[in-house]
Design a protein around this ligand. Structure first.
Ligand SMILES: O=P(O)(O)OC[C@H]1O[C@H](OP(=O)(O)OP(=O)(O)O)[C@H](O)[C@@H]1O
Ligand SMILES: Nc1ncnc2[nH]cnc12
Length: 273
């Protein structure tokens, strides 16, 4: 697996160039655009390019796995980050990946041990415990996200159990946000809201405390890896938000920047409170 880094930006306001992120028949699709605020551009796979906005030139080199039964715990192809000199020209995105990557990303990628056939044959397990032993790579991972999000008015970092609990809190502290755990069922003692999501065999549930996030807050969701995207999608639904941005290193270290849309989310949070 090659090292990679990606940012997906999801439309939440009219003035932000966007990526498209959607699910259809259980398949997660994504397509990339530019982030005008940061001069970062990116590319990402789409399996249904015809559904994208016409000016989005979605590359075909990277694609998300089709479904969990096919790919659960099988490593994703790398995602690539790029730097664009002119983020006002989204049509240039497809050729922008010739630009330099952040040099820290290769170190982060190589610090993640890949274990074939764990926990079962055919699976390339991305073991982030080796990255945790490498203080530079660990710090670089946190720094990458902190640098990107420190001035984005984020008030909530939500970490997905369990590995999001490792990377979320240092990011939260560094950007001055609170940390909210998104837990497996029956772990949280207070009143919870729940979101069910599909697993390879059957379903699972993710929970968070009612009142942990208030209407109108802007949140990041942190996890170490996207495989099928089912976990991440459930976290997004749980926050009741509209995804703004999704950022990952290698096949992992996911961050979603989410912001509530006026239409339905605020009512939902009011009800929870
Ligand atoms: O994109 P998906 O197909 O949903 O898979 C990604 C999820 O799988 C892993 O967690 P896991 O469920 O293994 O739990 P753990 O972190 O507690 O080991 C990983 O940390 C993500 O949360
Ligand atoms: N390939 C993978 N490596 C580590 N954790 C995972 N969770 C789901 N797929 C995984």
């Amino acid at each position: 697996m090659q090292p990679g880094f990606s940012i997906l930006c999801f439309q939440a306001s009219a003035d932000l160039p966007f990526l498209v992120f959607y699910q259809r028949k259980g398949v997660m699709h994504a397509a990339a655009s530019l982030l005008n605020s940061s001069n970062l551009s990116l590319r990402f796979a789409s399996q249904t390019q015809t559904r994208l906005s016409p000016w989005i030139a979605a590359p075909s080199s990277v694609r998300l796995p089709l479904n969990r039964s096919q790919n659960y715990r099988i490593a994703l192809p790398p995602l690539h980050s790029t730097v664009s000199g002119d983020s006002t020209q989204p049509q240039q995105m497809a050729s922008a990946d010739v630009k330099a990557q952040d040099p820290r990303i290769a170190g982060i990628s190589s610090a993640i041990r890949v274990i074939p056939d764990f926990p079962k044959p055919g699976i390339m397990f991305q073991d982030i415990t080796t990255l945790l032993l490498d203080t530079k790579a660990f710090r670089d991972t946190i720094d990458l996200f902190v640098e990107r999000y420190k001035d984005k008015n984020i008030s909530v970092v939500a970490g997905i159990e369990a590995r999001g609990f490792i990377f979320g809190p240092p990011i939260a502290l560094a950007i001055g946000a609170k940390f909210v755990p998104m837990r497996k069922p029956k772990k949280l003692p207070g009143e919870v809201i729940s979101e069910e999501y599909s697993l390879e065999y059957g379903k699972d549930v993710m929970e968070m405390h009612v009142g942990a996030v208030q209407a109108g807050e802007r949140a990041l969701i942190v996890d170490d890896l996207v495989a099928t995207g089912g976990t991440l999608s459930a976290a997004i639904r749980l926050l009741g938000t509209s995804l703004l941005e999704y950022q990952s290193v290698k096949s992992g270290f996911v961050i979603c920047m989410v912001e509530q849309m006026e239409s339905n989310v605020m009512e939902s949070f009011t009800i929870w409170n």
